[in-house]
Design a protein. Structure first.
Length: 423
């Protein structure tokens, strides 16, 4: 590819912004997002995802940011990085992806290349997105324009494994386009690339990466339930088993976020369309989706054993985001714990130093609280392992509660003797 070709990155979230910034250091790039507020904040050097600093934005000297579709018309390469969520029935919601395809299709020209990074089921790029591009542009696929697929592997909140440090899977709609896509990403990914045999192979590779993690975590969650009945410390068991060289290091917990808790449903949806009912994938999802209720019931049972008046109890849930040291609230399963505790009649406060207060209120009707100066809680639940909570330590966390308050360490932040309950 010519270094002067203009790239357009569609969607400037956790995936798109780092990509636009990396390319913008060496070639002309237009970063497009439908949110004028998002573009305004980025112009001011403020990234609400906290993935890119103001200094890093400034180093992308060839990056232009816009919410105006007219500004992307002269681009020749379009990279789509919009979210691919599930709906309330846990079916894939391709609405953002198809709308982004419409936006690209309106400005698509002969010779242009469209690359998708959004997580989808195998076949979605060519079966769902390409027809939209053809309809909107009047052009013919693989004659007038071409497509590629390179699944995102961004790990939100990870300051060690950044975009250039993670091997990138690439693919294209023809062998020549596959080479072109691969060469493009090799410009910015120092860890190297893996050119897949086809777009469908690349799509499948992405969706099973997180499905595999989901199933493994489901296994550990089930083991934790069994060991709890045996009064055995699950973390101690995992440490002992982890001394074997090929033991996989997974920990129990809530499985949310926009990847692990969502991607398996894309694969199962496609499988069921083909007449196959997945068993292991869906069993893992059911088990992990039920962990919030299990955690809440564990806490309530422990309070009852202490003869605490649960109906009048007030508890503090520490952490709301789907993972530690990250502001991302998408598909957080901490909310399941909150709702279940409320159903038991408890008053629940939630504190999270990383979550955006307005987003928490809008998405989950939760008003985040500040930590109290004196102990007022009957129970504290460490739900997310933010570094602020680790730095507090057991004494400061216990100081938030009344005498005899229950401390539940869901994330193994504390040692076994420092907490009253662990998963």
């Amino acid at each position: 590819m010519s270094g002067t070709e203009r790239i357009c990155v569609i969607g400037l979230g956790y995936v798109g912004l780092p990509l636009a910034v990396e390319f913008g250091k060496s070639r002309p790039v237009v970063g497009f997002d439908i949110s004028a507020d998002r573009i305004g904040a980025l112009h001011a050097g403020a990234d609400s995802t906290r993935e890119i600093s103001a200094e890093a934005l400034a180093r992308a000297t060839q990056l232009t940011l816009t919410d105006d579709p007219a500004d992307i018309a002269d681009c020749t390469v379009f990279i789509v990085t919009v979210p691919t969520p599930i709906d309330s029935s846990r079916r894939p919601d391709l609405t953002p992806l198809l709308r982004a395809s419409e936006t690209v299709g309106r400005v698509l020209k002969a010779g242009d290349l469209v690359i998708y990074e959004s997580t989808v089921y195998p076949g979605a790029t060519e079966d769902d997105c390409v027809p939209v591009l053809e309809q909107m542009s009047g052009l013919e696929f693989n004659r007038d324009f071409f497509v590629g697929y390179s699944p995102e592997r961004i790990n939100p909140g990870d300051q060690t494994r950044r975009l250039p440090d993670i091997v990138k899977v690439t693919s294209g709609s023809t062998p020549e386009i596959a080479d072109r896509v691969d060469a493009l990403y090799r410009e910015i990914v120092t860890a190297g690339t893996h050119k897949a045999e086809s777009i469908r192979v690349a799509e499948a590779a992405k969706v099973i990466e997180n499905s595999q993690r989901d199933i493994n975590i489901a296994l550990i969650n089930e083991l934790a339930k069994i060991f709890n009945r045996m009064d055995i410390d699950t973390e101690a068991v995992l440490r002992a088993a982890g001394t074997k060289w090929n033991f996989l290091n997974f920990r129990p917990g809530l499985v949310g976020g926009h990847c692990i808790g969502v991607d398996p449903y894309y694969l199962t949806h496609k499988a069921e369309q083909l007449g196959y009912h997945p068993e292991i994938l869906l069993a893992g999802r059911r088990l992990n989706d039920g962990m919030g209720a299990y955690v809440a019931s564990q806490m309530v049972k422990s309070m009852l054993k202490r003869k605490m008046a649960v109906a009048d109890a007030r508890v503090l849930v520490m952490g709301l985001t789907f993972k530690e040291n990250c502001p991302d609230l998408r598909n957080t399963r901490v909310i399941d714990v909150v709702h279940c505790l409320q159903e038991f009649g408890l008053t629940v406060d939630v504190h999270d130093p990383h979550a955006d207060r307005d987003e928490a209120r809008e998405e989950y009707s939760i008003d985040l609280v500040n930590l109290p100066e004196t102990g007022i809680y009957d129970g504290m639940l460490l739900a997310v392992a933010h570094h602020e909570f680790r730095e507090m330590g057991a004494d400061q966390i216990r100081a938030l509660g009344r005498a005899g308050a229950l401390l539940y360490d869901l994330k193994y932040v504390l040692t076994p003797d420092q907490s009253d309950l662990r998963l």
